[in-house]
Design a protein around this ligand. Structure first.
Ligand SMILES: NC(=O)C1=CN([C@@H]2O[C@H](COP(=O)(O)OP(=O)(O)OC[C@H]3O[C@@H](n4cnc5c(N)ncnc54)[C@H](O)[C@@H]3O)[C@@H](O)[C@H]2O)C=CC1
Ligand SMILES: O=C(O)C(=O)Cc1ccc(O)cc1
Length: 309
């Protein structure tokens, strides 16, 4: 620790929704930390500087990380390897490299390969929205949300503790997990729901018998919720599905079997089967609310900025 700060200088690579939220969260909760940043997109760099997402935006990743104690890669999962490659030669010897990627095994492998001599501890704040880019971030994104840290075997406990303190300072609750288990859990709780949302919105927009105007006009709550999720960033989600392929295909297989069972229940008029499932799923929703993880609460993890947009 440096004084009571877990890290004195934090560099953020990728200044979109996650990178911007980390920057704003650090400014709000860890004043005194020096914040530098870089994004591959010049327009994003300019906007990040205007919004003050970090103290200083640099024209190269190497310059942004040169003096950092903690570097957080906030780029799409498929860009982690090249982002790590760009900083490898510029890092301070004792610097910790982490990330926020939505899948963990492939990122861990990419970072370990690109940064063989560096301390690397991957992480995933399970918090986000369907928005992306330098205008999407907000300081409260991580409040009361889980951040899953997936330390590789042999990781320094002191660095794990400092990374934990960092995320807790931003308002998150931290859980330590094995990367393979993370990928399995997130496949069912996050990745498959996004795949289903992309599918249902795609199916609705391809119908010949129902016009797109009707879909928009009569979209009741359920469909509207799916359209929010299906508006999520295409690059980010392409990379998530390609990087967590095995776990997603596994969960998709289970889901398809369960969907077939429901199809059969509807065909044969098996109301008991439908009623039993819907009763069980209602209980899951109630448990989530009791856990305090209900997004519907107006003050929950959302800024005015986001609620308005
Ligand atoms: N969107 C969400 O709700 C969540 C996303 N994540 C993860 O966070 C990461 C970032 O996602 P978002 O912030 O949502 O995306 P975003 O699209 O808002 O921001 C990503 C930024 O990375 C930049 N970038 C791409 N390649 C780069 C490179 N090689 N070097 C430097 N900058 C580069 C892009 O220009 C873009 O500004 C992804 O790995 C994603 O899986 C994690 C939790 C939630
Ligand atoms: O907007 C939503 O509903 C999300 O599910 C946000 C989200 C997206 C990706 C993650 O890895 C974590 C959270």
């Amino acid at each position: 620790m440096t004084g009571d700060l877990p890290f004195a200088h934090v560099a953020i690579i990728g200044l979109g929704l996650l990178g911007g939220s980390v920057g704003l969260g650090v400014s709000a909760h860890l004043p005194g930390v020096r914040l530098t940043g870089y994004d591959a997109d010049p327009a994003t760099r300019a906007r990040a500087a205007e919004r003050g997402l970090v103290d200083e935006v640099f024209p190269s990743a190497a310059e942004a990380v040169a003096e950092a104690d903690l570097v957080i890669l906030c780029v799409p999962v498929g860009a982690m390897a090249s982002a790590a490659g760009e900083i490898a030669a510029a890092l301070k010897p004792g610097a910790l490299v982490s990330d926020v990627g939505s899948s963990k095994q492939s990122v861990a492998k990419a970072l370990a390969t690109a940064l063989p001599d560096q301390a690397v501890i991957p992480a995933h704040p399970v918090a986000g929205t369907e928005r992306s880019g330098p205008d999407a971030g907000f300081a409260t994104l991580f409040q009361h949300r889980w951040c899953i840290i997936t330390p590789p075997e042999g990781a320094d406990p002191e660095l794990i503790a400092r990374l934990t303190a960092f995320w807790e300072a931003l308002g998150a609750r931290v859980e330590i997990m094995d990367a393979a288990h993370h990928d399995l859990v997130l496949a069912i709780t996050s990745h498959l729901p996004h795949l289903i949302a992309y599918t249902i919105v795609g199916t609705a927009s391809d119908l010949e018998t129902v016009t797109r105007g009707e879909v928009i006009k009569y979209s009741a709550g359920g469909f509207r919720d799916f359209t929010r999720i299906a508006a999520s960033d295409p690059v980010m989600w392409r990379d998530v599905f390609l990087s967590n392929k095995d776990a997603v295909l596994d969960m998709l297989q289970r889901f398809s079997e369960d969907l077939s069972a429901l199809q059969r229940a509807i065909r044969w008029g098996d109301g008991d089967a439908l009623f039993d499932l819907f009763t069980r799923t209602r209980a899951v929703r109630r448990s989530i609310i009791e856990e305090g993880q209900d997004d519907a609460r107006p003050d929950f993890g959302r800024s005015d900025h986001e609620a308005a947009g």
